[in-house]
Structures are given as C-alpha cells and as structure tokens.
Design a protein around this ligand. Structure first.
Ligand SMILES: CCC/C=C/C(=O)SCCNC(=O)CCNC(=O)[C@H](O)C(C)(C)COP(=O)([O-])OP(=O)([O-])OC[C@H]1O[C@@H](n2cnc3c(N)ncnc32)[C@H](O)[C@@H]1OP(=O)([O-])[O-]
Length: 715
C-alpha cells in the first residue's frame, strides 16, 4: 500500500509500504494514485514528498506480478500524473531506487538521495527495458551516452555518482525524509516548468549515428544472444530522435516483444532461483531456517596456489582475519606478493584502502590453532589432502570447521581422517576465487547442519551465491560437465572439428565452447583425474573403458605435452604459451584424420542440432540423475551453479530451465534416439526421473519438486 500523512501542516507525505523492497504492486500503484489525488485536492498542502518505509525507497515493479493478469493502474499514467502536478513532488531516496523505483523518482520534480543509496535501471538483467518511461526520461536528464551506459548494463550507481550525473539534486548524510521535506517547502510555490523531464529536449549529439552504432556493437558483443540489451539501445535511440510521446510508443512496442519472450522468463526465473538457493535443505531434513551458523571471525587458508590466493583475497576483503599458510618458503613469498597486489588493485577500484593487515602469512600449519574455520586449498591429490586434514585435526582447537576446496574428491573420505567428521564440509570455489560469484557447499553424510549453515553464511559474507549440494564424484557442476565433454570428444571422433563444436556452443550463448574452455583450464587437469580413476591404462582397448565408450583423444594430446593455453597448444594452437588467442590447428586436423583412420572411423557430416542436443541433453540428463539422487534439492540449485559457475547463458535460465523450455517430452525423445544410436554411452540413456516427469504430464519446472518428492518417498 501507500500511506498518506500530512506533516509540518503543509507537506503531503506518501510512504510506499510493500515489504521487502516496497515494489510497485497493484495495491501500491493504486495507493500512489489515491494519495497524489488527495494531496493535490487539499488546499493546505503546498508540496509532496514520496518515500519508502524501512529505509528503502523502491525496488521497482513487483516482479512477482509478472506473467500474471495485470490489475491496478499502469505505471506510466501514474508517473505522468505526478509530473503534471501543480505542487512540487520530491522523491526522498533511501536505500534503493531501482527500475520502476527510479522511474517513479524521475517522474517527480526533485530527487534527494541519502549518501548510501543505490540507484539504477536494472530491467535489462530481467530481460526487459525501463518501460515506465525510464528509457525516455533518463537520456533527457543526463544525456545519451550516460543513459546508454546505465540502461544497457543495468548497473547500480552510488548517490555520489547519481549527483555527478545529474540524476539527483541533492545528497544527504542525514535523515532523507527530513531533508526532502525541508527542500520541498523551500521550493513550494515556484514554477515547475523547468522540472518536468518529459518536456526536456534530449541533449543533442553531433555524432549520434556513430554513438548508437558503437553502443549496438558493444551490446551485441557482450550479450551472447540476449535480446534485451539490443532493445535498450533502440529505446534510447527513440528518446534521442523522436518527440517524447512517439518515443514512449516505441518503448512500449519494444517492451511488448521482450515482456513475453522466453529470455525474460528465463532471466526472471534466474533472479528468483538465485535467492531460492539460500533456502537450502538436506535429505536428512536439516534446513536453512532451523540450522544456526556459527560466526566466523578468523579463518585460515592452507595452500597458496591460484585458488588459495583468491580465497585469501576474498576473505580479507570481507573483513575477516586470515592466516595464510604455505609450507614452501619461496612459494609463500610469491603468494604474499601476489595476494597483496590483488588486494591493492581491488581496493583502488573501490576507492578504499587495501586490507593488507587482515592477513598473516606462515609456513607453519601450527599457526592455525586459534582460527574458527580452515579452508584447505592444496593440490588436488587425495593423499596430500588427507595428510593435511590429519595435521589440522591435531593443531586446531575443538569445534574448528574444516573445509576443503576440492573440485570433486570424496568429502566423506576426507572427513574420515578427522575425529569430528561432522565439522567437515566442501567449499568448492571457482577460479578466480575472489571474482567468481559461485560457491558449491558440499555436505557429506556426516556433515552437521551447523557446518553447512556456517559455510553457506561465510559464502554470503564474502559475496558469493552459495549452493548446498550432496557429496558425489564431481559434485553437481563438474559431474554434469563430464558427459557434456565426452559428447564433444565423441563428435570429434565422428567427424566434427573443435572449432565447429565450439562455434555451435558459443552461438548458443556459452562464453566459450567445450574445447576453448578445456584449453583455458588445462587439459592435464582432466588427464590427472582420469588417470586416478584408472581410465588411462596402456594396453586396454583404446575406445572402450569399463564396458563403455571412451574417447582417449584428450589423453593422446596430453601425452604430446599439449595441455592447452599454458603450453601454447591443446585443441587449438596459440602464438606462445599463455596466449589467449585460439587458432584452428592444422596439426590437430591431421591428427584427427589419422586417429579416425587408425580406428576405422568414417567422418560424417554433423550438423548444429546434433552438436547442441548431444552436448546439452546429456548434461541435462545428468542433472535429472542428480535430482533423482537428492544431490541437489531442486532444479534452481543446478541452474544457479551452471549460470554462475559454468557460463551457461543467463538468458536461457540454466540447463534444467532450458529443458523445461524445450519440453521434457522432446528432451526424452532425443535422448532415446541418441542412446539407440550409441548404446555404449550410458549418459545418453534417459534417467528415471525424466521418464517419470514425462509420464506425469510434464509439469512445469516449479512443480518438479512434487514429482521428485514422490520418487524419493518410493526409494
Ligand atoms: C513494467 C515497467 C518497467 C519496470 C520494470 C521494473 O521495475 S523491473 C524491476 C526492477 N528492479 C530490480 O531489478 C531490482 C531487483 N532486486 C534487487 O536487485 C535486489 O533484490 C535488491 C538490491 C533490491 C535487494 O537486495 P538484497 O540482497 O538486499 O535482498 P534480496 O535480493 O535477497 O531481495 C530480498 C527479497 O526481495 C525480493 N525482491 C527484490 N526485488 C523485488 C522486486 N522488484 N519485486 C518483487 N520482489 C522483489 C526478493 O525476491 C527477495 O525475496 P525473498 O527471496 O526474501 O522472498
């Protein structure tokens, strides 16, 4: 609702009330209309102030209403009524003014913001554009280049930047509503002619075409197939070239195409999924709301390789005290230098001082005796990790949580090295660990709910989106990646090239195709895992392992020392080791031809559809297996992991959402088709849960949990 009160005798105060972010629901919109009408009708009222309750101005349109039947007054006429008012209307912006919230403020005659407020038009991140006249008013207020930047990226700006850009008229460190009331009284009675943004001409640009061409090129490059950023540029162009009323019409048209698009649905699903993963649960029944985390003030990181350094930076930046341990003195010194450099660069970007003093470095593991939690990040070798866990058990004080940054080793096996397995959880970071948003928190069968809650909470403190998952080989992310990569390899055996497979996957929206990604992460990583799993055994039939089809192509490249970017060659060739520019490699093409000839394989023409279906559906099938086994609690967990950790295009929601969009019946049919053609590839065999979902009438994704529950209760 919107509450109307009179203060100081002559100020009408409208307070938006719709927790948690005062979104503009139908009731709120109606409340604004009624309050404005009432204030304008009261002769004693000289001016109006609009604010939001609980220190939050407004988080924009109510996303929960999207996709439902529209009720209540639409936003544009509400904002026009405010702008047309004969009494000054001042927006008192505390906390947030985002999307429709900022558009509401732009409809007001003046804007006063608290110094800690954040403002922005993030609609593009939800697959939309600022279609409550934001795309038309903002360029008129701050000019085309700045408006293009804010609208196409959706980034939030601080109050200070908003003042500099001209979005707000004043910034205060004190009570924003008081400041706004004072300000409103000071301008009461003055002409409002120069305050109505919709009447402003858009600031002229001499090189208008060039600016829009450059903007379009930039968004197309960054968008990876997303349509909203392109529509945002088109809407701003309308503001720059058309009268306001016609610009609004164009904004409406563009919004109509976006609003019902699959991309908007995917992005909005992704928004809620990212929040839903915080409400985690374990098969034991332990849950986020019944498990209390322990506060962590001091943590230790063991092993200062690439991952350990990134984790140390993340912890220190969040204000924690960190003991960073590396047993080799030389590596310790190198790590200290690297970590300090990362902290300094990060601090410079944020305009703060680097938290160098938060870290103490040591080559002795005994220095971790007084920490609350340890994150082990040594080399991915089970024997080494076990040794570290035994040492930690001996030196840590009772109750210290022991976490491992393994990307797939058995958490329970590691926990068995300690007298308190309930204190052990996995914290699987993604490289670079201080940048990537995802954290897989992995619980073993003996991890306590408190240990999981603590790791989840710590993730939040350091700015991660944490997803709780069960213990299995590769956890969720890497386990699903395995069939995807296998299919990519099989496609090479059957006639494709790495560049063709990558092109198809990149056109789908991945930042990198399977082979460019493997070259970046290093082919030797998987080789080591396969060796440890006994798959790389000389003398065994080359293309079969443990009764299943196996492609040794990656192993053969590693035997040649082709580990990817770091060695200057892998699936592609590079100018020099460490170079990032992948070029098709004639050597690899002849190697593939020779390989096929040796194994009696005849190259055939493989089309886009086959590449996509075999790579993606095998990955999705594994996702269904993970849900069936209860390793992930719901499809949102998997989708968040893939969007944030594996560059799955956000505008496609995630693999499970994508399966829902394609249609489960279709996914099942195609898997059956490919499994028939490749009976020796078990990952193509449709899993039971997928069959059950189809048999139960292919319910939409938000109802899958009901079917999953039934499947679990039958086990
Ligand atoms: C149509 C014309 C054009 C206009 C379009 C728009 O305005 S589009 C909109 C443009 N606006 C945006 O894109 C802003 C989107 N919102 C955000 O970016 C962030 O939520 C935040 C910065 C406002 C607060 O961050 P934070 O880390 O402090 O908190 P948090 O993120 O955990 O959220 C807390 C709770 O609030 C919920 N909720 C949030 N917003 C909305 C909403 N608009 N609606 C409904 N609900 C919303 C959220 O789901 C969560 O609920 P839960 O899980 O507790 O049940």
């Amino acid at each position: 609702m919107a509450q109307y009160t009179r203060i100081s005798g002559s100020v009408g105060l409208i307070t938006l009330k719709n927790p948690p972010v005062n979104a503009l629901s139908a009731v709120v919109r109606q409340g604004i209309v009624d309050s404005v009408e009432r204030a304008l009708g009261e002769p004693e009222v000289k001016c109006l102030v609009i604010c939001g309750q609980s220190g939050k101005f407004c988080g924009g349109a109510d996303i929960r209403e999207f996709g439902k039947k529209m009720t209540g007054p639409p936003l544009i006429p509400v904002f026009h009524a405010i702008e047309a008012a004969a009494k000054p209307v001042v927006a008192a912006i505390e906390g947030i003014a985002l999307g429709g919230g900022l558009e509401l403020a732009l409809g007001c005659h003046y804007r006063i913001a608290h110094s800690k407020a954040k403002l922005g038009l993030p609609e593009v991140t939800l697959g939309l554009l600022p279609a409550a006249a934001g795309s038309q008013r903002l360029p008129r207020l701050i000019g085309v280049p700045a408006a293009l930047d804010l609208i196409t990226t959706g980034r939030h700006v601080t109050a200070a930047e908003a003042l500099q850009l001209g979005i707000v008229d004043q910034v205060t460190d004190h009570n924003t509503v008081d400041a706004a009331v004072k300000f409103a009284l000071s301008v009461a009675g003055q002409s409002l002619d120069a305050r109505r943004i919709s009447t402003f001409p858009c600031p002229r640009l001499s090189n208008l075409d060039a600016v829009f061409e450059a903007a379009m090129q930039k968004v197309r490059q960054a968008a990876r197939g997303a349509i909203a950023p392109v529509a945002c540029v088109q809407a701003v162009r309308a503001a720059a070239t058309l009268p306001y009323a016609q610009g609004l019409e164009r904004e409406k048209e563009l919004m109509a195409t976006l609003f019902t698009s699959g991309q908007a649905r995917a992005l909005q699903y992704s928004f809620f999924a990212q929040r839903a993963v915080g409400r985690w649960s374990m098969p034991s029944g332990a849950r986020w709301d019944t498990s209390k985390p322990k506060p962590i003030r001091k943590a230790a990181v063991i092993g200062l390789g690439t991952m350990g350094r990134g984790i140390t930076v993340g912890l220190a930046q969040a204000g924690l005290s960190v003991v960073a341990v590396e047993t080799q003195e030389k590596q310790l010194m190198e790590a200290k230098q690297a970590v300090s450099g990362m902290l300094e660069r990060g601090a410079k970007k944020r305009g703060v001082s680097p938290p160098l003093g938060n870290i103490s470095y040591s080559s002795n593991i005994k220095t971790v005796g007084d920490v609350d939690l340890v994150i082990e990040a040594v080399f991915e070798d089970m024997a080494l990790k076990k040794e570290v866990f035994q040492q930690l058990s001996a030196v840590c004080r009772p109750g210290t949580f022991l976490c491992t940054n393994t990307s797939g080793l058995d958490i329970d096996d590691l926990a068995s090295q300690t007298p308190n397995p309930e204190l052990v959880v996995g914290m699987h970071f993604f490289a670079p660990a201080h940048v990537m948003k995802l954290l897989e928190v992995v619980y073993g069968p003996r991890s306590s709910p408190q240990a999981v809650a603590t790791a989840m909470q710590l993730g939040k403190v350091i700015g991660k989106v944490s997803v709780a998952v069960g213990n299995c080989q590769g956890f969720v992310g890497n386990r699903m990646l395995s069939p995807y990569l296998s299919q990519a390899n099989f496609l090479l055996e059957e006639g494709a090239t790495p560049e063709f497979v990558d092109q198809v996957l990149e056109e789908f929206g991945f930042a990198m195709g399977a082979f460019r990604m493997s070259d970046l992460s290093g082919l030797d990583v998987g080789w080591r895992v396969r060796k440890a799993a006994g798959l790389v055994v000389p003398g065994k039939p080359a293309r079969m392992r443990q009764g299943c089809r196996y492609s040794p192509l990656g192993d053969l490249l590693c035997e040649q020392g082709r580990f990817g970017q770091k060695t200057g060659s892998g699936w592609y060739q590079y100018d020099k080791p460490g170079s990032r520019v992948a070029k098709p490699d004639p050597w690899l093409h002849s190697f593939l031809e020779e390989y096929r000839a040796r194994h009696g394989l005849v190259a055939r023409r493989i089309d886009h559809q086959e590449v996509l279906e075999r790579c993606l559906y095998s990955l999705i099938n594994e996702g269904f297996r993970i849900l069936e086994e209860g390793i992930a609690a719901g499809p949102e967990d998997i989708d968040v992991i893939y969007v944030l950790g594996y560059s799955w295009p956000r505008h496609r929601g995630g693999p499970m959402f994508y399966a829902d969009m394609v249609g489960l019946t279709r996914v099942l049919e195609r898997l059956e088709f490919y499994h028939q053609a490749h009976p020796d590839v078990p990952s193509l065999q449709p899993c039971n849960l997928l069959r059950k979902l189809v048999a139960s009438g292919t319910p939409p994704i938000h109802r899958w949990r009901e079917v999953i529950k039934k499947v679990h209760s039958q086990l």
